[in-house]
Design a binder for this molecule. Structure first.
Ligand code: SF4
Length: 442
């Protein structure tokens, strides 16, 4: 077997953000067709291909929901330049059989370029070979026809368009299955279930301006999330609010470099001197979040810092919640969370002094069997101090892929929203009346 194809070497970054992010972005743009071509692609009216913090769309590329330009990060450039890469060369398929491909890393495979034609490897094949689109579609449909729809599963990533999402779920349902799912079911389903039980809606309660508006003594909680790596433009927001005197509390078992210190590429001072991100960094045991959040709530009670007007007029079940917090002993809290009492009290005191607070979280909170309980504990801590339903205060599940909201709304979920289901049913009845009662497989 001959290798024949050279692989780029990859250096591990030493700091969060900074010059590395800029160098990487320039290199990637040059490789993908040049800085001008990459800029043109980034400026197109497309939503950012990467995370759900939100950029682009109808406001135009590199513009955020507040209309601010330029707004872009290394991850966005990484995704865009990967999509601008040329086709995988035929030499690769000739030189690499299945076994050899299996030894390549995902980074090495991605560096090969894009798959631009259907490639097939059957049970007797040693390597992938190109086939026509007709043959590809024929093979897929033949397989679907031969399979019981109940034994199929239609999965979609949140990087897809609304149009493709709608078509995929309709295809699955006409074919005869509701085994339809999208990536957010694995990431933030716990947030969706918990928030629906608290506010009646499974989504964030704040908009970008609420976070950008944090100032003197306000607090941003970052729980089980690493935006320095996964939502980099959030770091420029953090840099701005910190300059106005806001405090950042990070809760994460892992000490993430970028959440200790980050160099925001778009800010000269931060790029040169770095931004201290966390004012407090709590490292609970993995799975110790509820105990830690109970401890924070207990200290809020002990400080008499509860927003009585909010909990008595805008919340239900506060008395049971208060009793459960009072019943929890500090010994249980410290043991369950793995965080010393003094640290919990210090952070709770900071929270009690905060005029406004935003709670943001990601998979570190949701990827637990008690993920729903974790999110509810965060919401309870917020409601204790009335941090809900007003400017500069609220709850933010930091979502992963850029269009998770869209594909969920398009019906890529096991259970269709009632309104979507009824509309599709009406469409089907109208069509059946027009064509005379043709039974579907659904
Ligand atoms: S932070 Fe997220 S939405 Fe914003 S540019 Fe980066 S990847 Fe795109």
């Amino acid at each position: 077997m001959t290798r024949g194809v050279a692989f780029p070497t990859v250096r591990r970054p030493k700091a969060g953000g900074g010059i590395h992010a800029i160098v990487y972005s320039v290199r990637a743009a040059r490789k993908a067709g040049g800085i001008r071509a990459t800029y043109r692609a980034l400026r197109s009216r497309n939503a950012c291909k990467t995370c759900a913090l939100g950029m682009g769309g109808q406001l135009g590329g590199m513009v955020n929901e507040a209309g601010h330009f330029p707004e872009v990060c290394k991850k966005s450039i990484q995704a865009m330049t990967a999509d601008m890469a040329g086709a995988i060369k035929d030499a690769f398929w000739e030189n690499f059989d299945l076994e050899a491909m299996g030894r390549l890393t995902s980074r090495e495979l991605e560096a090969m370029g894009r798959i631009t034609k259907p490639m097939y490897a059957g049970p007797l094949d040693q390597r992938y070979r190109p086939i026509s689109w007709d043959e590809a579609l024929h093979r897929i449909t033949r397989k679907l026809i031969a399979t019981d729809p109940r034994e199929t599963f239609f999965y979609m990533s949140g990087r897809s368009s609304n149009e493709a999402a709608f078509l995929l779920q309709v295809l699955a349902r006409v074919y005869g299955t509701n085994n339809v799912n999208n990536c957010s079911y694995y990431c933030h389903q716990a947030s969706g279930v918990a928030l629906s039980s608290v506010t009646g809606s499974g989504t964030a309660t704040i908009v970008l301006d609420d976070m950008e508006g944090l100032g003197e003594d306000d607090v941003l909680f970052l729980i089980g999330a690493n935006p320095a790596s996964n939502h980099p433009r959030l770091m420029s927001t953090i840099n701005r609010i910190k300059r106005r005197g806001a405090k950042v509390v990070v809760i994460n078992p892992l000490k993430e470099l970028g959440l200790v210190r980050f160099r925001v590429p778009s800010s000269p001072t931060s790029l040169l001197f770095g931004t201290r991100v966390a004012d407090e960094y709590l490292q609970p045991h993995i799975g110790g979040d509820i105990a830690l959040l109970t401890g924070l709530a207990k200290r809020v009670l002990e400080n008499g810092a509860v927003d009585e007007a909010f909990v008595s007029t805008r919340a239900e079940g506060y008395e049971e919640f208060r009793a459960s917090i009072e019943a929890a002993s500090w010994e249980e809290i410290v043991e369950g969370s793995g965080v010393p009492r003094a640290e919990i009290e210090r952070v709770a005191d900071l929270y009690c002094r905060a005029p406004n607070a935003v709670f943001a979280w990601a998979m570190g909170v949701t990827h637990h069997t008690h993920g729903v309980g974790n999110v509810r504990a965060i919401a309870n801590l917020a409601m204790m101090r009335g941090m809900l339903g007003r400017p500069r205060a609220g709850l933010l599940p930091i979502r992963g892929h850029s269009n998770v909201q869209g594909i969920g709304s398009m019906g890529v979920t096991p259970r269709l929203k009632q309104a979507v289901f009824e509309h599709l049913e009406r469409q089907r009845e109208r069509r059946d009346r027009r064509d005379g009662a043709v039974a579907t497989r659904a």
